[in-house]
Design a protein around this ligand. Structure first.
Ligand SMILES: [Ca+2]
Ligand SMILES: [Ca+2]
Length: 220
């Protein structure tokens, strides 16, 4: 009986290890909390962002959206990450593309030394997409919408567990630095309808001309 219990327990543990993460959730924080998200602090380790003071929900002045996530570091936890592990959707079919869109604003104390990163990785970190690639510091300081194509990442990692992470790092040791993030969504786009080849259009056009010419001649 004890043996059976042990086997059942072992089986349950194995099952717990292979269970997949949920699809991406709460990218707009409209649950009013950090449901689906985790926090990581350099000194403390993994924390529940709902229970830790480095994470809060704010309303950004001048924006129509509400409930944005604000993440702040300090002299003890000078690297702070907000992340979500989830199962990335597979591409819906050949030719489909996928992008990620979000709104982000960075408030560093020193934009030369402080650092902000946004990444999408597989859970083994063999592939990492820099989601702030091509985004200027000026835009980040003002607050900006970002859209990045992640089609090639999705071709490899669609249907598998991945990690989306936003990290604020204090390199100048003068705190606090923070960022605000909201409206994170993954979007798929169907391939564009096939456009007729120029040769086909020309052929069709000349055919119609020919038809018009024929009719005219008949009337004559
Ligand atoms: Ca929101
Ligand atoms: Ca700083």
């Amino acid at each position: 009986m004890k043996k059976l219990l042990l086997v059942m327990l072992f089986g349950a543990l194995i099952f717990a290890n292979v269970v997949q993460a949920a699809p991406f959730q709460n990218g707009d924080f409209e649950t009013g909390d950090f449901t689906g998200w985790s926090g990581d602090l350099i000194s403390t380790g993994t924390v529940d962002p709902d229970l830790d003071s480095h994470f809060s929900l704010v309303n950004v002045p001048g924006q129509t959206f509400q409930n944005s996530a604000n993440v702040t570091n300090d002299n003890i936890d000078w690297i702070v990450t907000l992340y979500q592990d989830f199962t990335l959707d597979s591409l819906l079919g050949p030719g489909y593309t996928m992008d990620i869109t979000f709104w982000i604003q960075w408030s560093p104390t020193d934009s030369t030394w402080d650092m902000l990163s946004a990444t999408l990785s597989d859970t083994g970190y063999t592939n990492t997409v820099d989601l702030l690639s091509g985004v200027s510091d000026t835009d980040l300081l003002n607050g900006t919408w970002v859209t990045q194509d992640i089609t090639s990442f999705a071709q490899t990692w669609g249907g598998q567990d991945v990690e989306l992470a936003f990290t604020v790092t204090d390199w100048d040791w003068i705190t606090p630095d923070s960022f605000t993030i909201d409206n994170i969504s993954f979007n798929q786009h169907a391939p564009a309808a096939p456009v007729p080849e120029p040769a086909t259009v020309l052929l069709l056009g000349s055919g119609l001309c020919g038809l018009a010419f024929t009719r005219k001649r008949k009337r004559d």
